[in-house]
Design a protein around this ligand. Structure first.
Ligand code: KG4
Ligand code: ZN
Length: 361
């Protein structure tokens, strides 16, 4: 059994995987995602210190609960996986310290892994854990990251494009706030946009001709200007829906057109979509259509596994263990050690870019 712990932002998430059954396919035995949305809602965004304290309060209770859900699992536990970064430092520290102590007290190995890498593996949770056909081009879109990553081989990543300013999730969230929509903004804006009429408005696409960079801060500024221009008429639901739709169109278009260019350049076998914004229905549809047109396989996880969760971390850990079981499962460290791959120190890594995985961060 493998226990995965994810606390990088505002979800306290756990998953229990059955490593013995891994090759047989059925693997996920239990899963908990405890969202802090209600806690942060009055502030209109995640408050890092509150989030960290909430993880600390939740973790012991949720771990107890997940073992109650799967009788016998606790006795059979053979490894712990935890998110080491990137994310909010205080939040990461809570999960990491907990996992270190938990693994050491039981004398079992620990795998301290990268959150972005885990997002990439969410795409394998679909289709009964079928591995991605490599090379795969992945569009990784979340509240903190927007990048196109080429997975050349297992755990070998090449950065193709990255945002120069805001992440696309941030652009969704901030535009939603400007439009007076409820927290969390991304899903609220997508919901509101459904009633929007096409072609009423257009917003700019940042860095249109630059293949290696995204830019989303211009959309936010343009939305802010539009909101001022519209004034009181924004209270009309139809007007607001039209703006929301135009924002969603602009953001999705920027992502899809850059992905199309990267597909031509990289010629991968698979196109995958991951990260919280991958829950967006319009983006899923348009990227699936692009993959079809480009004759590459398209992979994306169910929506619940696109936003933060621990099941994706468990798949990553299981794949690592599967390749070198002795190296990982026989590893025994001292108190506070971070597992066989921890080359640099024992702390959390709030900044840990994906292309640095496997080398010193
Ligand atoms: O991966 P994630 O859960 O957390 C991070 O690691 O950042 O991503 C959260 C982001 C937020 O910006 C949220 O607004 C956005 O994903 N998001 C969406 C949708 N669902 C979540 N954005 C657009 N449409 C959605 N349906
Ligand atoms: Zn995430």
């Amino acid at each position: 059994m493998l226990l995965a712990i994810e606390t990088s932002c505002d979800e306290t998430a756990l998953a229990l995987f059955d490593l013995k059954r891994f090759l047989g396919g059925e693997l996920l035995r239990a899963e908990i995602v405890s969202s802090q949305v209600a806690l942060h809602e009055p502030f209109g965004g995640v408050v890092p210190e509150l989030a960290a304290r909430e993880h600390l309060e939740n973790l012991p209770f949720l771990i107890k609960k997940i073992f109650q859900d799967v009788p016998g699992a606790e006795e059979e536990l053979s490894a712990v996986a935890v998110t080491r970064g990137p994310g909010l430092n205080g939040c990461l520290l809570v999960g990491l310290s907990y996992a270190k102590a938990f693994a050491y007290a039981r004398g079992i190995p620990l795998l301290a892994l990268n959150h972005l890498e885990a997002h990439l593996f969410a795409a394998e949770l679909e289709e009964n854990l079928r591995e991605l056909n490599l090379p795969a081009l992945t569009l990784l879109v979340s509240g903190g990251h927007t990048e196109l990553v080429l997975i050349e081989e297992f755990r070998k990543y090449r950065l193709v494009a990255r945002t120069r300013d805001d992440a696309v999730g941030e652009a969704f969230d901030k535009s939603a706030t400007l439009l007076g929509l409820p927290y969390p903004g991304g899903p609220a804006l997508a919901e509101c946009a459904k009633a929007g009429r096409p072609g009423e408005l257009t917003f700019p696409q940042g860095m249109k001709s630059e293949p290696t960079a995204f830019s989303f801060s211009g959309v936010k500024t343009a939305v802010s200007r539009e909101v001022t221009r519209l004034g009181a008429s924004l209270e009309d639901d139809q007007v607001r829906a039209d703006v929301a739709r135009a924002v969603e169109q602009a953001l999705v278009k920027a992502l899809v057109s850059k992905t199309a260019k990267a597909l031509k350049k990289c010629a991968p076998k698979t196109l995958a979509l991951s990260g919280g914004v991958a829950a967006n229905a319009v983006l899923r549809e348009e990227l699936a259509a692009l993959a079809k047109k480009s004759r590459v396989e398209f992979r994306v996880a169910e929506r619940r596994w696109c936003t933060d969760n621990a099941a994706m971390l468990a798949v990553l850990a299981a794949r690592i263990i599967e390749r070198e079981p002795k190296r990982y499962l026989d590893w025994r460290g001292k108190a506070g050690d971070l597992g066989p791959d921890a080359r640099t120190g024992t702390g959390a890594l709030p900044r840990w870019p994906i292309e640095k995985i496997g080398t010193a961060p």
